[in-house]
Design a protein around this ligand. Structure first.
Ligand SMILES: C[S@@+](CC[C@H](N)C(=O)[O-])C[C@H]1O[C@@H](n2cnc3c(N)ncnc32)[C@H](O)[C@@H]1O
Length: 271
């Protein structure tokens, strides 16, 4: 494994988005301060756990769809703690030569990822902020692993709602998607307030307040804005839909959860 970047010292008295999400997923890599916020989120939004699980399941289905189309390189931005069906396990089951570069800002997520990836070939973790694409793309864990000429899957799953500026999000997506070879793909999910259930809207408002209070403000966006931001990709069926609806076999997938997902092929590239 290529040596990871060094991460900043974590302040364990503060909650972390990665560890709160890990708790919601049922993982064991979280602290009391994270669980306290997660419990308040669950009170505000009773479907919070279900939403985290559905988002993660979407990520798995999306990665398999990209593998089916021949992609073997993955750049996972805001990868979190890769315990529950992580990208490298899915990809390596399909093709052990697949290469996966994880990137996250959270020092604890980085440190746990480093432990989990010890002894795993062709998978790296880089401590970096995805809003600095040049730093991400030139980091040894990314540039030393991924061949820029190869088709690559850029994953921005449940992370860009932490970036407040719409224009910046669009620019970041364009930059990352254009950094790799023909046939590259985008896997994207993002929180939204496009839910028609009033209880869900009130719950979401409570959750947004908690996210703000915990130092990780979330900016939910509507479907039209998300499609504008991802205009550089052609969508695979079924398009930009709630993650609980993206290629699920279940004829009764339950309530809409308020997280949109898509998988697209980068436009203007032919193989
Ligand atoms: C909700 S988790 C999503 C994890 C994973 N992508 C998934 O969907 O299962 C969001 C992750 O994004 C990371 N994150 C937030 N802002 C970031 C940034 N600017 N650069 C890199 N990572 C970031 C957080 O530390 C956290 O691990």
């Amino acid at each position: 494994m290529i040596e990871p970047e060094s991460a900043a010292e974590p302040d364990l008295s503060l909650p972390s988005a990665a560890r709160v999400y890990d708790f919601l997923l049922g993982g064991g890599h979280n602290f009391a301060v994270d669980r306290a916020i997660a419990e308040r989120i669950i009170q505000a939004v009773p479907t919070a756990r279900e939403t985290a699980v559905a988002n993660r399941a979407f990520l798995g289905r999306a990665v398999r769809a990209c593998l089916d189309r021949g992609c073997r390189q993955f750049l996972d931005l805001g990868s979190g703690i890769p315990t529950v069906e992580p990208v490298h396990e899915i990809a390596h089951r399909c093709d052990p030569s697949a290469r996966i570069a994880y990137v996250d800002t959270d020092p604890v997520a980085v440190s746990i990822s480093r432990d989990l990836l010890a002894g795993v070939d062709r998978a790296t973790i880089t401590a970096a902020d995805l809003t600095d694409p040049e730093a991400v793309l030139s980091a040894p864990g990314v540039a030393g692993l991924l061949d820029p000429a190869e088709p690559t899957v850029v994953l921005a799953v449940s992370v860009l709602h932490y970036v407040g500026d719409d224009e910046l999000v669009a620019r970041l997506l364009d930059r990352y998607c254009s950094a790799f070879g023909p046939g590259s793909m985008l896997v994207f999910s993002h929180g939204s307030t496009d839910v028609d259930d009033p209880a869900a809207v009130t719950g979401t408002e409570g959750m947004l307040r908690l996210a703000r209070d915990s130092g990780h403000p979330i900016v939910p966006r509507d479907r039209a804005t998300l499609r504008r931001m991802t205009a550089g990709v052609d969508l695979l069926e079924p398009g930009l839909v709630d993650v609980s609806r993206w290629r699920v076999d279940d004829p009764d997938p339950g309530p809409v959860l308020g997280v949109y997902g898509l998988v697209g092929t980068v436009r203007g590239q032919s193989r």
